[in-house]
Design a binder for this molecule. Structure first.
Ligand code: PLP
Length: 368
């Protein structure tokens, strides 16, 4: 195969077989990604060859990236914020902590303060950047304890992190309190809204988590999660539009002479896809999607509780968790389990109401 190549027919029948081995989305209840919206797929296909790593060659795609940043910045109450499209929450979190470190050059053994619920990408970030990670315990409500967080800050602390929409329990940390604490200590405050950034602004009663709070320095948000973009589409936003330039390095052979991104070659396609969904649906359309996911989350929790399967938390976003043994969940459903061994289900847009009802029926039969 490697030497002679193969026919298109052989090639694509192989790919069809492989695709058939993937799990059917109608059984995936564990993922924070979802089926891309049809306009995302169409936009993605239009920009397959666009490389945002060499912006002078793709000025049109580059302006789409700027539009995406500006849309999200406006949504997060700071229309002039800076930012760029990342490969997702991991890259955004790494870059945020990199910024914090570069801005505090003289600190010996620098540390960052994160909630116990922080995504594992912070472990990677701290490892790469040589930072100590202080994990703040959660309160009974699975949210970061803000008073405890304040106790953890010392002269070597370069950043405080809060999460808006935690990966495991779907909680929003007390971002307002944390932002105030960050202000009092004059410390960099990063909000990881990789999941919740595309949910909280569209809730009927949004909790404050963004640049409306003066202490917030940066925000990570992922259009490839609830933004229904194609993968990979993340975004790092900075309140100060010029902040990212402190990361600039020289890029002599490109059409631009400096860059602050982590990746070099960067895909334009998912960025166009992300903007496509936002512009096509608008705030009203996103509100409808989020309302549907929240209703399904509520229905799932209520349905499970009729079988005596208690919720582990009452979530702020569309992640439902339960006190439930592994043996109670029938196949072929794909669910996940938290560190504390709770059953976890993410009610993403592809998890329609009929899937929730089918899951409840199956688990009810198992339970009978
Ligand atoms: N932050 C949060 C809150 C997440 O839930 C996730 C992933 O689920 C990430 C960061 C990492 O995002 P990615 O997998 O896109 O790098």
């Amino acid at each position: 195969m490697l030497n002679k190549g193969c026919s298109e027919e052989e090639l694509f029948s192989f790919f069809s077989r492989k695709k058939g081995e993937d799990i059917d989305h109608s059984f995936i209840l564990s993922s924070m990604c979802t089926l891309p919206h049809p306009v995302a797929v169409q936009a993605h296909c239009m920009f397959m060859e666009a490389n945002l790593g060499d912006p002078g060659l793709f000025p049109g795609t580059t302006s789409i990236e700027r539009l995406l940043v500006s849309r999200l910045a406006t949504l997060f109450h700071c229309p002039d914020a800076g930012g760029y499209a990342t490969s997702g929450g991991t890259e955004s979190n790494i870059q945020a902590l990199r910024l914090a470190k570069v801005l505090k050059p003289g600190v010996k053994s620098p540390n960052v303060i994160v909630p116990e619920s922080a995504h594992f990408s912070f472990k990677k970030a701290c490892d790469i950047l040589g930072l100590g990670m202080r994990r703040v315990p959660l309160g009974k409500d699975f949210r970061m304890d803000a008073d405890a967080a304040a106790e953890f800050i010392d002269a070597s602390s370069i950043a405080l992190v809060g999460v808006a929409g935690t990966t495991e329990y779907g909680m929003v940390d007390p971002i307002e309190d944390l932002a105030r604490i960050a202000g009092q200590h004059d410390i960099f405050f990063h909000v990881d809204a990789a999941f919740g950034g595309m949910v909280v602004p569209f809730l009927s009663r949004p909790v404050p988590f963004d640049f409306a709070l003066p202490g917030v320095t940066t925000i990570a948000v992922d259009p490839h999660k609830m933004g229904m973009s194609t993968i990979p589409a993340g975004c790092l936003l900075t309140r100060d539009p010029d902040l990212l330039h402190v990361l600039n390095i020289d890029t002599p052979y490109l059409t631009v002479k400096q860059e602050f991104t982590l990746g070099g070659t960067r895909p334009g396609a998912p960025v166009a896809a992300a903007l496509a969904v936002l512009d096509y649906l608008g705030v009203e359309g996103m509100k409808a999607v989020v309302a549907g996911c929240m209703k399904n989350t509520e229905r799932l929790i209520a349905g499970m509780e009729t079988f005596g399967i208690r919720r582990a938390a009452t979530p702020d976003v569309n992640v439902a968790t339960f006190v439930c043994g592994k043996e109670r969940v029938p196949g072929p459903w794909k669910v996940s389990w938290t560190c504390r061994k709770h059953l976890r289900i993410v009610c993403m847009p592809h998890v329609h109401r009929d899937r929730i009802e089918a899951f409840l029926t199956d688990i009810g039969e198992q339970h009978a």
